[in-house]
Ligand binder design. Structure first.
Ligand code: ZN
Length: 428
């Protein structure tokens, strides 16, 4: 098969591969000049020049100033034109909605967030997302036009169809056509993924995981999940459910019932909801004065109350976080032995809040994993905090836009409008 490039010349399969490789190198910051492109991709001078020229013509790359000198005259820089367009993203958590408009390199141009309850169902929650999107779209001076929309939800998503599948904490969302609903409003492609994969993409592209090829990113919020970067790619698995570690069985105890319907799941023992449950029990039977005070003040105990009490040295709260950390650490030790990552990132609301949890996870992982697997293993806290989800959603959209499949669809178009207004944006 061959497709036709804009200038009418046939773009072969190899040509398409080279085009995608050149664009990825520049937009991900791995190469900054034609000579670096040649060294890193192994492509010849003429191919690099031709492909870079096409991407400049399309408005995706720009000639920059003098770059790094390699002895002779300094090589001219090539820059990614991140302002060629913008992307709308939303990160739906169990208890919040976070939306943003970003440029094509994931930089946040504007952002809105509000409390929300995912159990209110898709009509309500997506209605709020759409209202917040409209607010962002009305801002002046957004770069280019809208190129794509990305949405993260707190449950398993079949990536190919963009539909949540039997999500344990999202009643009313099973099979809901999220992509079709959003795509009907916007003249742009839409991608949906689970929130943990987006956290992983965000930390990998712009956070603490940058530069690592094999990473496990664990989110400990209301529930527990993990995103997996394998050999420099997000590993979604056959259906999109890879990394769902919260529902690994860790105890054989019929009294520990999980929201997924099984018993003994990690999430049912060590997630934020489980911490809150155990903290409330400790408050009611008088074991912790601080948790009792939180219960009296608010009528309930949250994971945040436990983290706060632990930071004041409350022994019950410290014990709960340590026990949760050891359980997460035991699961991760198995994952480390199986997958051999160079980095484990711990993120999510519960993990952000206290040192005891991270310390217990770290200690257990190092003690229970094989020595070779832990020789250079790092266990670190998420560095992007609450914006990791929207940054990751933007990365997902841009990765999909510039994937081989999308580029194959774009490049044959002889008309510059085939790429959303890029030519016009570049001409301004
Ligand atoms: Zn479960």
């Amino acid at each position: 098969m061959s497709v036709t490039a804009r200038n009418g010349a046939a773009l072969t399969e190899d040509g398409l591969d080279a085009l995608v490789a050149v664009l990825d190198e520049i937009r991900l910051g791995r190469s900054g000049s034609r000579s670096e492109l040649m060294t890193r991709t192994g492509l010849g001078r003429a191919v690099v020049a031709q492909r870079a020229g096409e991407l400049i013509e399309r408005g995706l790359l720009r000639e920059g100033g003098p770059g790094r000198s390699t002895g002779g005259r300094p090589a001219r820089r090539l820059d990614f034109n991140a302002a060629a367009g913008h992307v709308l993203v939303a990160d739906l958590g169990a208890t919040s909605i976070d939306v943003a408009v970003t440029s094509l390199d994931g930089s946040i141009i504007a952002r809105r967030d509000e409390p929300s309850d995912i159990t209110d169902g898709p009509a309500h929650c997506l209605g709020r997302v759409e209202a917040l999107f409209e607010e962002l779209r009305s801002l002046p001076d957004l770069p280019g036009r809208l190129w794509g929309v990305g949405i993260g939800v707190p449950g398993p998503v079949e990536f190919a169809t963009g539909r949540p599948i039997s999500p344990p904490i999202m009643p009313g969302w099973d099979g809901y056509p999220v992509r079709e609903r959003i795509a009907a409003r916007y003249d742009a492609p839409v991608w949906i993924d689970n929130d943990v994969n987006l956290l992983a993409l965000g930390e990998w592209r712009s956070g603490v995981a940058a530069g690592h090829e094999n990473v496990v990113i664990v989110k400990i919020g209301t529930g527990i999940g993990a995103g997996v970067i394998s050999d420099g790619r997000l590993h979604r698995g056959a259906q999109g459910s890879a990394g769902d570690v919260g529902h690994i069985q860790v105890v054989d105890d019929a009294s520990v019932v999980c929201r997924c319907g099984n018993v003994g799941c990690l999430e049912a023992l060590a997630g934020g909801a489980a911490l809150a449950r155990d903290g409330e029990a400790a408050a009611r039977d008088g074991r912790s004065g601080r948790l009792r005070a939180a219960l009296d003040a608010n009528g309930r105990v949250t994971a945040a109350d436990i983290a706060r009490s632990a930071s004041f040295g409350d022994p019950v709260a410290v014990g709960l976080l340590q026990a949760a950390g050891r359980r997460v650490g035991l699961m991760l030790a198995s994952v480390v032995n199986f997958f051999n990552p160079s980095l484990i990132v711990i993120g999510g609301g519960v993990a952000q809040s206290g040192d005891q949890l991270l310390a217990a996870i770290r200690e257990t992982v190092y003690r229970r994993s094989l020595p070779l697997a832990t020789r250079d293993l790092l266990v670190q806290r998420s560095s992007l905090g609450e914006v990791a989800g929207v940054i990751g959603a933007s990365s997902m959209v841009v990765d999909q836009l510039f994937s081989r499949e999308s580029m194959a669809a774009w490049m044959p178009l002889g008309d510059p409008s085939g790429m959303p207004e890029v030519a016009t944006a570049a001409a301004r």
